[in-house]
Design a protein around this ligand. Structure first.
Ligand code: ZN
Ligand code: ZN
Length: 332
C-alpha cells in the first residue's frame, strides 16, 4: 500500500506489514526524483515484507537499478532486512559504520552471544534465554555481505534531487541516523522519535549509557524546524518538540519507578525488577509476555538501571556471576 506524503519533493510511504509483531508495520519511504530515487528502510527479510516492498516500488514505477539508492537508518532487521535485494541490483547503500559492524558481528552469532551472557548475569534464566532463538530480529535479519557507503553525523547527501542532512542520533541503536531536508523542513525520524509508541532503549556492548545518549540525541533534534515528521513506524506528526517532551517525561517516570522498586525489593537483579514495572502490554501478566517482549522489557529495564548506577542512585554488586542492585539515594 502506497501513500503520497509530500508533493515537493515527491515522497511516498510504502506500508510494509510486520506479521505477528507488535510494531504492526514499517514505513519504507521513497523519494522519487527525476534522475534517481531514494528508498529509506526495507522491512524484515521475510517473504511477506519482500512482497509489500516490491509491490510498492512497482506501483511507483521504480525498478531496482543503480539510480535507486537505499538509506538504512539503523541495524534493526525490520529496517535493514531486505538490503540484499538492493545489493544484488547494484544500488548504492548508505548506513552508519557502527550499526553496519553490528550486522557483520551478528553473522557468526557473537553479537547475540554477548547479549545472552549479559542477560544471564542480570538474572534471566537460561531456559528463557533459549526461547529467544525465535526472536524475529534474528530470524529475519539481513545477509550483511553488502558494500556500504559509510555516513556520519553532519554529512550532506545529494540523492533523488534532494539535499539531505545526516543526523546521527545514538540511543535506540548506536548508529541510528535520521535524515533531514533543511529546505523543506521534512524530518525522517526512523525509530528515534515515534509518535504512537515509545522507542525501545536497550543496552549495547559498543555503547555505554544508551539511555543517557538517547536523551542527548532527543535534545539534539528538539529544536529542529519541522513541517513534516516521518517516523519508522505508525503515523507521523508535526509537533516534534511536544512529542520529545512526552518521551523525556516517560523515561523520567521509568527512572522514578525503578527507584521505588529498588527500595521495595532490595538486592534484586534486573530480572527481579522488570516484572514489577509498568508495561503497555495491557491485561497481560509478566508470565504471559511473549519471550521476545520479555527480552525487550529486560533490556529496557537495564538501560534505566545503568543510568541510575552511573548517576550514583543505585549500587551494583556482583556475586557469583550475577548482578544485584540496591538503592543509594531516593531520587534518580
Ligand atoms: Zn529499531
Ligand atoms: Zn523499527
Amino acid at each position: 500500500m502506497i501513500q503520497q506524503v509530500s508533493a515537493h519533493p515527491n515522497i511516498y510511504r510504502i506500508r510494509v506489514d510486520l506479521p505477528d509483531n507488535p510494531l504492526q508495520y514499517l514505513n519504507a519511504y521513497v523519494i522519487k526524483g527525476t534522475s534517481g530515487n531514494l528508498v529509506i528502510d526495507t522491512g524484515f527479510n521475510r517473504p511477506e515484507c519482500k512482497r509489500a516492498l516490491c509491490q510498492g516500488l512497482q506501483e511507483l514505477g521504480i525498478r531496482l537499478q543503480p539510480d535507486t539508492s537505499l538509506f538504512i537508518t539503523h541495524l534493526h532487521a525490520d529496517h535493514s532486512g531486505l538490503v540484499g535485494l538492493f545489493a544484488q541490483a547494484g544500488c548504492p547503500i548508505y548506513m552508519h559504520p557502527v550499526d553496519y559492524q553490528y550486522l557483520v558481528d551478528s553473522q557468526d552469532g557473537s553479537t547475540w552471544k554477548a547479549a545472552e551472557d549479559n542477560f544471564m548475569r542480570e538474572g534471566m534464566p537460561p531456559a528463557e534465554i533459549k526461547t529467544q532463538f525465535a526472536n524475529q530480529a534474528r530470524t529475519f535479519s539481513p545477509d550483511p555481505n553488502f558494500p556500504v557507503n559509510a555516513v556520519h553525523d553532519g554529512d550532506c547527501l545529494h540523492l533523488a534531487g534532494c539535499d539531505l542532512q545526516v543526523i546521527h542520533t545514538p540511543g535506540h541503536t548506536p548508529g541510528l541516523c535520521c535524515l533531514y531536508l533543511p529546505k523543506e523542513e521534512i524530518f525522517f525520524t526512523s525509530d528515534h522519535v515515534l509518535f504512537d509508541i515509545t522507542p525501545n532503549i536497550q543496552v549495547w556492548y559498543h555503547m555505554k549509557q544508551s539511555l543517557q545518549r538517547y536523551l542527548e540525541s532527543l535534545q539534539k533534534v528538539r529544536d529542529l524546524p519541522v513541517r513534516l515528521a516521518l517516523p519508522g513506524h505508525r503515523e507521523g506528526d508535526t509537533s516534534i518538540d511536544g512529542r520529545i517532551d512526552e518521551i523525556r517525561a516517560h523515561h523520567d517516570r521509568r527512572l522514578a519507578e525503578i527507584c521505588q522498586l529498588a527500595a521495595l525489593y532490595p538486592h534484586s537483579t534486573a530480572y527481579d525488577i522488570a516484572p514489577h514495572m509498568t508495561w503497555s502490554m495491557r491485561g497481560k501478566k509478566w508470565k504471559d509476555f511473549p519471550p521476545t517482549q520479555k527480552w525487550f522489557a529486560l533490556g529496557e529495564t537495564l538501560a534505566h538501571i545503568e543510568y541510575l548506577v552511573d548517576h550514583g542512585t543505585l549500587r551494583c554488586s556482583e556475586e557469583q556471576g550475577c548482578r544485584y542492585y540496591d538503592l543509594v539515594r531516593k531520587e534518580p
